[in-house]
Design a protein around this ligand. Structure first.
Ligand code: NAD
Ligand code: 0WE
Length: 259
């Protein structure tokens, strides 16, 4: 069976709670037999750490480390730990994004210099940054998967600077795929349809967007974290050995519609 990830070491970023897309991915990778490492965004009170730790406990992660992608020292430390504990890495899941809430509403032209910079630093630059550190550990080849959204390609009202960040992210997927291909490291993106998560629920009008998808997408429904997790797991497996640099839509078919 080509979709057997037994013996594979998978590092998953972006789990915040049981609604996170990264949580759906981690569960499916675990089910396919992968050994998991999990990073969490540290905060002053250690709230996230506690929450994520108890959530992922049933998946027996053998690496559990803090990672704020804005801090190079933390990123380095993550891969130091992976090198010590695992000695190699097979799979990297990049499943994080952030823009200031003020920049996800109103006029795009009013995005501040710092808001633009923050959104692209966290949501886009983090992919090449993590990939650079993963590269020397992916000694037997590897698979890197990131999460994107249609708003990086077409205008989605209010997605604004996050759309620009996703465009940069998707283009980074292609440049990384080209660079890392000779080392048999594949890099792909999953473009998910709107799902209610911590990040999306904080956005005004997400319920209207979900209703719109339910009315117009070919499958007449939204997708689940598990469906996104399955597609990501496929891309990480040998079933996808010939696929790199691509964006795979897991969106109930919404992307094909012109009206
Ligand atoms: P989420 O809130 O569960 O996940 C976002 C994650 O980003 C959180 O775990 C948070 O801790 C992490 N994060 C934010 N800033 C960080 C930083 N500086 N360093 C490290 N981690 C940081 O929400 P989600 O919807 O599961 O989002 C995951 C990914 O899926 C994002 O890339 C998002 O753009 C993408 N996506 C979401 C949807 C959707 O509708 N929910 C659709 C398509 C794509
Ligand atoms: O990528 C995303 C969400 C990204 C996101 C969400 C937040 C809310 C809380 C990034 N940063 C923040 N910052 C916060 O303070 N999605 C694809 C979900 C999403 O977000 C939208 C959407 C959709 C869909 C924003 C506007 C319009 C549509």
């Amino acid at each position: 069976m080509l979709l057997d990830l037994t013996g594979k070491k998978a590092l998953v970023t972006g789990i915040a709670n049981n609604r996170s897309i990264a949580w759906g991915i981690a569960q499916q990778l675990h089910q396919a037999g992968a050994e998991l490492g999990v990073t969490y965004l540290p905060d002053d009170k250690g709230k996230f750490e506690k929450k994520v730790r108890s959530l992922v406990e049933p998946l027996n992660p053998t690496v559990f480390v803090p990672c704020n992608v804005q801090d190079d020292a933390q990123v380095e430390s993550v891969f130091q730990t992976v090198a010590e504990k695992w000695g190699k890495l097979d799979i990297l899941i990049h499943c994080l994004a952030f823009a200031s809430k003020d920049d996800l509403t109103g006029n795009f032209s009013e995005t501040s210099r710092s808001g633009f910079s923050t959104a692209l630093e966290i949501s886009s630059y983090s992919l090449p940054s993590l990939a650079r550190h993963a590269k020397p550990l992916m000694t037997e080849g590897g698979s890197i998967v990131t999460l994107t959204y249609l708003g990086g390609e077409k205008v989605v009202p209010n997605y604004n600077v996050m759309g620009v960040a996703k465009a940069a992210l998707e283009c980074s997927v292609r440049y990384l795929a080209s660079e890392l291909g000779p080392d048999n490291i594949r890099v792909n993106a999953v473009s998910a349809g709107p799902i209610r998560t911590l990040a999306s629920s904080a956005v005004g009008g997400i319920l209207d967007m979900i209703r719109h998808v339910e009315e117009t997408a070919p499958l007449r429904r939204t997708v689940t974290q598990t469906e996104v997790g399955n597609a990501a797991t496929f891309l990480c497996s040998d079933l996808a050995s010939g696929i790199t640099g691509q964006v795979l839509y897991v969106d109930s078919g919404y992307e094909i519609m012109g009206m």
